[in-house]
Design a protein around this ligand. Sequence first.
Ligand code: NDP
Length: 253
Amino acid sequence: MGLFDLGGKRALVTGSSQGIGFALAQGLAEAGAKIVLNGRDPARVADAAARLRAEGALVSELAFDVTDHEAVRFAVDGFEAHVGPIDILVNNAGIQHRAPLDEFPPEAFERLLQTNVASVFHVGQACARHMIERGAGKIVNIASVQTALARPGIAPYTATKGAVANLTKGMATDWARLGLNCNAIAPGYFQTPLNQGLVDDPAFCDWLEKRTPAGRWGQVEELVGACVFLASEAASFVNGHTLFVDGGISVSL
Ligand code: NDP
């Protein structure tokens, strides 16, 4: 399984103090990578780092706000200079805001754009500049099943995730010949704090189980295989792809 071995590599996962990001960090560590955890709250990042270290992972903590271009550059450039290279970037940090589109607050729309899309540019560019110097790097952007499908009350989120898939194509188009592999994962519905409102709603759970060919919610660990694949040499000729991990929801009515 050498193709999937991440030994000797270091992976930065944004928004990895909980949820999908933490599970991906855990999975990348199991595949051999050193991990850089991120989130805005240093205490929560430290807490997550302690949990990963207890499992034997080599972990650095790098708290910054992915929406702040200057803070991102400062953190990534400083880390590269003083600790070492970031070989793999997982752009995972993201938020949700649910409201009918005709009542949607413009500030929430802007926050979604900044956190879900602009962050992929900010952190992607900061890391890619170093990857390009080395002629190698892997970027995995976390999109969503909403890349392909809308659902009532989350139109702006849907717009941001469509943009993530297209930005991934653009990154691949600009950077593949410079040695980078840029791809995306589109998760279906996973039980995380971001989705707590839906997890707690029996009517939604009933709808989801009927609507999803696999008949259930996803477990965050089920995203790890796709991430390790796209972060590894196994994906050396995969560029600009969005890999759906959704129990079949995007291929069925
Ligand atoms: P969670 O809300 O559970 O976790 C989000 C993480 O991102 C937290 O660690 C949070 O930490 C961090 N974060 C949020 N804003 C920022 C910021 N500005 N800068 C740095 N870190 C930030 O979300 P999920 O794990 O559910 O989602 C992760 C990704 O997966 C998102 O992009 C989401 O859109 C996507 N996704 C999730 C699905 C699901 O079913 N859960 C389905 C499809 C896609 P802190 O608040 O301390 O900064």
